[in-house]
Design a protein around this ligand. Structure first.
Ligand SMILES: [Zn+2]
Length: 321
């Protein structure tokens, strides 16, 4: 039996044959679940992995950029100042009226200011960095080895077609939003992150997790296994093993799973791919789920998150001083 790439255990590991269902090619891939650390990993990285990232894959994540008025931009910047520095009455009011984007939960209280150097690893075309630029962040970089070419936005955001291993400068904050699970060698990636983050500063890794009810319930049909794109799906335990080994301190694990873990997996169980016309993702009005059912899925996700049993989490790793 194949040994676990994280803890090297080869005793009692379980095998699964899993189908590609995002695009519905239904190609099969072998995964193993480590009996010791629980980490779920592809047994062999396909040589032709690139063909599972068609152009449609990237179009999923591009949020249509909004045109913000000067006033809106001004208010967003006041909001950022309030969220990060807790001083600014206009920002406080703007937050009261419009709420605070999720990212301030990631950046606040973690040594991040508007001029901090922030790196987004696996950023695609950089939609999130562009949103941060609008809020007044001034030092934003992204890398993604799979984009067509480098991008330099008028906002100052710079995106490079580059590998993590090739970076040499250091950063105040590094984040990976659902990118880590697409990289074959978690250990090497963490070592590079440790090298690139300044001492005392944080790395945020957002990933699907197999120490979740959804994996235990759905197994081969679990939507967040996403073969063959997700090469390694960690558990809290396997993340801790690697973080400790590299020298990071895991300061927080915050669960942020959504109802997607249920409706996506229920669809796969019924042989409905994510991009199928019957899929909730494609057309919520003709989905097999009622509005009430979707709301119930979201409520269940919130419950699981509170108990650290949701299927997606944010790991905050600090490089000690
Ligand atoms: Zn293991």
């Amino acid at each position: 039996m194949m040994a676990c790439r994280v803890c090297h255990n080869s005793d009692g590991n379980r095998e699964y044959q899993v189908r590609e269902m995002m695009f519905g090619t239904r190609d099969e891939f072998k995964y193993i679940e480590c009996a010791s650390c629980g980490c779920v990993q592809i047994s062999e990285v396909p040589a032709d992995l690139g063909r599972y990232y068609p152009p449609e894959y990237y179009s999923f994540d591009t949020t249509t950029p909004q045109k913000d008025s000067g006033l809106k931009l001004f208010l967003k910047r006041q909001r950022a100042r309030y969220a990060l520095y807790k001083k600014n009455p206009i920002g406080f009011l703007f937050i009261k009226w419009y709420g605070l984007p999720q990212w301030y939960a990631w950046l606040g209280k973690r040594n991040v200011g508007l001029n901090s150097s922030i790196l987004d690893v696996g950023c695609g075309t950089g939609a999130f960095l562009q949103a941060l630029a609008k809020d007044g962040f001034t030092n934003l970089r992204g890398i993604d080895p799979f984009i067509e070419a480098d991008i330099a936005y008028p906002s100052g955001v710079r995106i490079k077609k580059q590998d993590l291993a090739d970076l040499t400068e250091s950063f105040d904050f590094i984040m990976l939003h659902h990118a880590f699970e697409h990289m074959a060698d978690s250990r090497a990636v963490l070592k590079n992150l440790y090298r690139l983050i300044k001492p005392g500063h944080y790395v945020l890794i957002r990933i699907p997790v197999a120490s979740s009810e959804a994996w235990e319930k759905y197994r081969e049909n679990w939507v967040d296994l996403d073969p063959p794109r997700h090469l390694i799906v960690h558990t809290q335990k396997s993340m801790k093993i690697l973080a400790d080994e590299v020298g990071f301190e895991t300061t927080d694990v915050v669960f942020d799973s959504r109802g997607f873990q249920f409706w996506g997996s229920e669809q796969y169980k019924r042989d409905i791919p994510l991009v199928d016309p019957r899929s909730y993702k494609i057309d919520p009005t003709h989905s097999i789920f009622s509005t009430e059912k979707i709301a119930a899925f979201e409520a269940r996700a919130r419950e699981l998150n509170a108990n650290q049993r949701g299927d997606q989490a944010c790991f905050f790793l600090q490089r000690p001083i």
